[in-house]
Design a protein. Sequence first.
Length: 387
Amino acid sequence: MVLFSTGRLTGNGPMAFGRSIITPGGEPRVEQVSSRHALEEFARLPYQVYAGRPAWWPPDVQNEIDFLTRRTPVAAYLDVAGFCARRGQHMVARVSAVINRRYNQHWNEQLGHLIHFEALEEENQATVAMLRAAMEWLRARGMVAVRSGFAAFLDYPYGIDNYDRLPSFLLRGNPAYYHCYLKDAGFEVEKGQVDYTAALDGETRSRYRSIVDGALARGVSIKSWREYGFLAAIDAWTEVTNAAFARHWGWNPVTRAEVRPMLVSLGDTAVADLSIVAEVQDEVVGAVFSVPDWSTMLARIKRGVTLDPDRGGGTRGALINIGVTESARGRGIALAMAARSFLTMAQQGMRYAGYTLVLDDNWASRRTAESLGARVTDNFVTYRHTF
Ligand SMILES: CC(C)(COP(=O)(O)OP(=O)(O)OC[C@H]1O[C@@H](n2cnc3c(N)ncnc32)[C@H](O)[C@@H]1OP(=O)(O)O)[C@@H](O)C(=O)NCCC(=O)NCCS
């Protein structure tokens, strides 16, 4: 655990707040997290934040520790520092400052990211001091702005509604007061995102069948990852996603070497049946990654609590990602892949399908979701602060 010295904190003008964060006697103080014990506390802070929730998605503690100690495949592209705020010995807030060199090169932008943000309530002073310390770490390394709430594979946006309901898999179910902390630290909304849900009723399913049949009749091959070959499908997904998302806000290119270990263990799960590859004349032009309802396995659900069927409990699958290469767009390929995925969800007993996280202004994706009969069910925002 490295405690900031006052000298380090006050080296630059904007760090004047540094004096006040290292005051004794119960005042909050900010630390850069490094010891094994502090890393554990850091990774486990969400267990305090969400303790009262009827249902929430817990963090992957070991994965976060591995990330902060640079033991994950993405470490080669990142500079990372974990920060926390404490009151006495008690950790009250945490965040990781990340410089994603790959993102910055791709977009030709010196943008830092703040990920892993979590904080207890009524801790404005401590939390804002921590956020500012993390931002100063980024600024001192040449970043001109910072984003919190979206980084490919690393961070997801902040919910602005449905605070008491289990969000879609991967998405944040943050407390409402997080917005207050981020705004107090100088952040403004950069982007809005929405999450869609479709009810897989009989009429909808027969419409999906005609959508899939129509694509097949036009010579588009629609296969599950299991049919295509799961390992080959992982690489196909990586290639299509890099091509389709090349100019998609927030994305950065990813490599086969990092995607393979993330997905390979899912080959024996329903992911292999729900995820889809589309080909035209033997060329892969589209890919979908979908998951079954993992809430019963991964979410922490209080005893006696029954989730609404459109939120989880074994009845809500989710399409996490969809992409079609530019030259193949506008021919119903996205619709057909999603329809096939949703039909398989229905065959496996799911009654609802999520269409996860669409940028407010991504009309092609909005129309795809709406053509599938999905409706917006949750809203999210990503924040930015320019130094
Ligand atoms: C979003 C995307 C997957 C759509 O793929 P596609 O194969 O072109 O979509 P489809 O041809 O199946 O069209 C689906 C619907 O969207 C509409 N649509 C397609 N492109 C559109 C565009 N650029 N603007 C507005 N509507 C559009 C179609 O008209 C159709 O609606 P309809 O049924 O009411 O006619 C594709 O544009 C893409 O890969 N974009 C980049 C990655 C991305 O944004 N992924 C989604 C992240 S949430």
